[in-house]
Design a protein around this ligand. Structure first.
Ligand SMILES: Nc1ncnc2c1ncn2[C@@H]1O[C@H](COP(=O)(O)OP(=O)(O)O)[C@@H](O)[C@H]1O
Ligand SMILES: [Mg+2]
Length: 504
């Protein structure tokens, strides 16, 4: 149904798509796989009329077409579910589906028809959503269903789903895949965008891999493996399952007792969390983000107050009410989720960010003045040791890639010789190579007797690294298991709240 030939798209300083060819048959799922920045979204935004290519052509059913806007694309029966949803939260589901339909020029007239047709589509695909509910009241998974219904309502025959699983729990992913399968069985063609290898192998009929804007190959799941796909994405061999030597655990170094935290919306974000992390172990906190993980991390790090009755201890020191600097002095290293907000300052250069937390270190002073040569050597040593790819120490940090900024933060934090390492989403948005490196560092610190608390939405990451796994849901730890007893399914159910069905 679709052929894209020799597509090239340049943005200032980057070739996002370099002579890319891609095709799609009716009834198949053709996956676009690639790391962040590989050019997947760009290629599909060209198909959807959001960007114009610099070169190349698009054929639908063998006929060349020009698509200059999403309206054009929709007329060609192309639908797109974007990485970031485009719904209006204050409108109802039906109103959102109706938005922009030609028949809606007279508003309010057609809403009943829209609702009715919506219900038919929902029934056909098991996409249950109440048309009369306002979008802000829906879960992320439900919002995604609305986007899919919206595309189906416009009779899309070719549907692009841009990283649709990024925000879903494992069960929601399974549900989505069932729906997608029904759509291909009905003869539709699907372009599925993802960087998650396991699910790509699960769902795809064909897989095309992009790296730095170039197609590195097209394959089918029967001939691919996780390792082979990773290699095509990264351009070299990568180890997906890090080696974890056995380590005898020691005494508890991070102790949380009844930690309760009020979030930004004045509601209880963390609700009586008890947890211990011992020397030499990695405890993973799994969960869909927004269930209190960020607030918990900020509280441990001294960036957000805990409610009375809470207790946070680091190596037996009570840091419940301590500020960030005191908590750090007690032995905490913190790799925050919000890299550019809490971890590094974009306008500062690489060297300055490496000194951010220890610029008062007496070893950097000589006669009361900064010893710049000593500081430079210190920063260069960290950059080298942690393989931070930066042209110079004076390069503005904001111009580094996500993976290199993350390595920079890790370098600085681990240099302080922590006893407790708190890492929140340490590899989110980071390329596989950098992720591999960061994982290796966490494991090394564990071997050295550091207590590591790893907060991650990526269940594969938790399963690969953690010795014990806690699942957070609605501010509480609803499950705590040894890695050996953990199953993907059991954790997934807990992440969806199924292990905690208390009323209300
Ligand atoms: N609107 C834009 N302006 C400038 N650069 C862009 C724009 N959109 C994407 N890019 C760049 O193009 C490259 C490919 O991006 P993208 O297609 O979003 O990758 P992916 O979806 O695979 O993560 C990246 O280097 C990105 O920074
Ligand atoms: Mg993208």
């Amino acid at each position: 149904m679709l052929e894209m030939r020799g597509i090239t798209k340049r943005f200032p300083g980057v070739v996002a798509n370099d002579d890319v060819s891609f095709d799609l048959r009716a009834g198949e799922v053709h996956t676009l796989l690639g790391e962040n920045g590989a050019g997947k979204s760009t290629l599909m935004k060209i198909l959807f009329g959001l960007y114009q290519p610099d070169a190349g052509e698009i054929l639908l059913q063998g006929r060349p077409v020009t698509i200059t806007s999403p309206t054009d694309a929709i007329e060609h029966r192309i639908g797109m579910v974007h990485q970031h949803f485009m719904l209006v939260p204050t409108l109802t589901v039906a109103e959102n589906v109706a938005l922009g339909l030609p028949s809606m020029r007279r508003p309010f007239t057609d809403l009943d028809t829209v609702s009715q047709r919506m219900v038919e589509i929902s029934d056909q695909y098991g996409l249950t959503v109440d048309p009369s509910i306002e979008v802000w009241k829906l879960s992320v998974g439900e919002r995604q269903r609305v986007e899919i219904i919206k595309a189906l309502y416009r009779e899309a025959e070719l549907l692009v789903l841009d990283e649709p699983t990024a925000v879903l729990t494992p069960q929601e992913v399974d549900d989505l895949f069932v729906i997608l399968r029904q759509m291909t069985e009905a003869g539709r063609g699907l372009v599925f965008i993802s960087h998650k290898l396991r699910e790509v192998l699960d769902l795809s009929d064909r897989i095309t891999v992009l790296r730095n804007g170039v197609v590195t190959g097209t394959t089918v799941p029967a001939e691919a493996s996780l390792e082979r796909l990773a290699e095509m994405m990264v351009g070299r061999e990568v180890s997906l399952a890090p080696d974890k030597p056995p380590v005898a655990t020691g005494r508890p170094r991070l102790v949380l007792e009844h930690v309760t935290v009020i979030g930004d919306r004045d509601t209880v974000a963390v609700d009586g969390v008890d947890l211990e992390v011992r020397a030499g172990e990695i405890v993973g906190i799994a969960g869909v983000s927004g269930n209190g993980q960020r607030e918990l991390a900020e509280t441990i790090a001294g960036l957000r107050p805990a409610e009375p009755g809470s207790s946070v201890q680091i190596d037996r020191a009570d840091v419940t009410t301590a500020d960030a600097a005191t908590t750090r002095a007690a032995g905490l290293a913190y790799v925050p989720e919000e890299r550019m907000k809490d971890g590094a300052i974009g306008e500062f250069d690489v060297g300055e960010n490496l000194l951010l937390v220890n610029h008062r270190d007496p070893s950097f002073l000589r006669g009361g003045l900064f010893d710049f040569e000593r500081i430079r050597l210190h920063c260069q040593r960290l950059v080298d040791a942690f393989s931070v790819k930066t042209p110079t120490l004076q390069t503005p940090t904001s111009s580094l890639s996500g993976g290199n900024i993350q390595k920079l933060i890790l370098a600085r934090e681990l240099d302080s010789d922590p006893t407790v390492l708190l890492a929140a989403q340490p590899t989110r948005g980071v390329d596989i190579g950098a992720a591999e490196y960061i994982h290796g560092q966490l494991i090394e610190r564990r071997s050295e007797g550091v207590a590591v608390l790893l907060i991650s939405e990526d269940l594969d990451e938790i399963l690969a690294l953690a010795d014990r796994i806690a699942v957070m849901y609605e501010g509480r730890i609803v499950q705590l298991v040894d890695r050996a007893d953990a199953t993907r399914e059991g954790l997934g159910l807990a992440m969806a709240g199924a292990a905690d069905r208390s009323p209300g």
